[in-house]
Each structure stands twice: as structure tokens, then as C-alpha cells.
Design a protein around this ligand. Structure first.
Ligand SMILES: *[C@@H]1O[C@H](CO)[C@@H](O)[C@H](O)[C@H]1NC(C)=O
Length: 191
């Protein structure tokens, strides 16, 4: 059983090292890493990603951390990842991954806007992104957003645009109690 505890602690440490607070309108200490000194406070969390598989490649430890602590997680995937014409398959894979990651499927949303298509040359409009994400926040009472850092974790421009869309939303429409975390690659964290 000891190895289970060791693995669990490593996952928690890894998640802790990956996340940093991107923006918060309240003191970061208040709800640091979703734990409070006193009573359990359930958070409504929105994970914003660009393509199906981002959730598994970059955020699965974060997702497990959040759901295992009883918080309510929504995932917004801004495209079906159709760069190679496999968007419909990738979208299905996202739902399969979410079933394994224990995210209720009715809380997973995939969009397919003509302006937000998967691809290296594609520039995603930050104002449009901010508007879409704001809609999700309002319909689910979101109080914590998690997304990529400004480097997009892996450097993909669609990931970077998603970061700037979230940043724009937080800057243009100060959302009372919304906190945001950005995921950074370990190499950036060490600097
Ligand atoms: C970006 O999106 C906003 C909101 O949908 C729109 O008003 C604006 O014209 C768009 N900008 C460009 C350059 O397409």
C-alpha cells in the first residue's frame, strides 16, 4: 500500500509545481490549491483547452487532483482538432478520456467555430475567445479557471491564444471572485 501513497504524494507535488496563479481578484492564500483551513468549500472549476487530447497530455494530473477532492469540473474544448481531418474521431476520444478521468460527460463541451480551427497558421481571435469563455462562466457559476500559460505549455499557437483569451476576459470584465491558474511546463517552472 505504501507505493500508492508515494505515487499519490508525487502526483500532488507535481500538480502543485505545475500550477501557479495567473490572476486572482482575491488573496491567493484564501483557497490555495483548493483547500481551506476550515470547512470544505466546493469550487466550480472550468478547464479551458484548445484541442481534444490537451486534457490528457497536459492536464490529467490536475483533473484528477480537482475531481478527487470533490470539486465540480467543467471542460471547454474550443475546437474538435480537425487539422488532419480527424476532428470527429478526436472529439469522441475526448469524451472517452473524460469518462476515464471521471468528468461527467454533460460537463464536457466541444466547439467547432469556423474562426477557431486547429492549425499552426491559424490565429484565434482573443475577443471571441473571451466572449465564449465568459458565457461558460456565467452558465455554470465558475469561480476558478485553469488553462495554458502564455507559452501554451507546448508552444502551440492555438494554446497561446486560449491563454490570451482567458487573460482578456479577466482584464476586460473584472469577474468578482474568479481565480485563474495557468499550467506551466516544468522547464519554465525551474527558472
Ligand atoms: C473578433 O471577435 C469579435 C467578437 O466576436 C469581433 O467583434 C471582431 O470583429 C473580431 N475581430 C476580428 C479581427 O475578426
Amino acid at each position: 500500500m505504501a507505493w500508492v501513497l508515494i505515487v499519490a504524494s508525487l502526483v500532488v507535488l507535481w500538480v502543485a509545481s505545475l500550477c501557479k496563479i495567473l490572476y486572482t481578484s482575491s488573496p491567493p492564500s484564501r483557497n490555495s490549491f483548493l483547500t481551506t483551513g476550515g470547512a470544505f468549500q466546493k469550487r466550480n472549476v472550468l478547464l479551458v483547452v484548445a484541442h481534444p487530447d490537451d486534457e490528457s497530455m497536459f492536464f490529467s494530473p490536475t483533473i484528477s487532483y480537482i475531481t478527487s477532492r470533490g470539486h465540480n469540473l467543467h471542460i471547454l474544448c474550443l475546437s474538435i482538432g480537425d487539422a488532419d481531418g480527424k476532428g470527429n474521431i478526436r472529439k469522441e476520444e475526448l469524451y472517452q478520456a473524460c469518462a476515464i478521468l471521471k468528468v461527467p460527460l454533460q460537463q464536457v463541451k466541444t466547439l467547432d467555430y469556423p474562426e477557431l480551427q486547429d492549425g499552426f497558421g491559424k490565429v484565434w481571435n482573443h475577443t471571441l475567445l473571451a466572449k465564449i469563455i465568459e458565457g461558460e462562466i456565467n452558465s455554470h457559476g465558475i469561480d476558478l479557471i485553469i488553462t495554458f500559460d502564455r507559452y501554451g505549455v507546448s508552444g502551440h499557437c492555438n494554446h497561446c491564444d486560449v491563454h490570451y483569451g482567458v487573460r482578456k476576459l479577466l482584464q476586460d470584465t473584472p469577474q468578482g471572485n474568479i481565480e485563474a491558474w495557468e499550467l506551466m511546463p516544468c522547464s519554465t517552472q525551474v527558472k
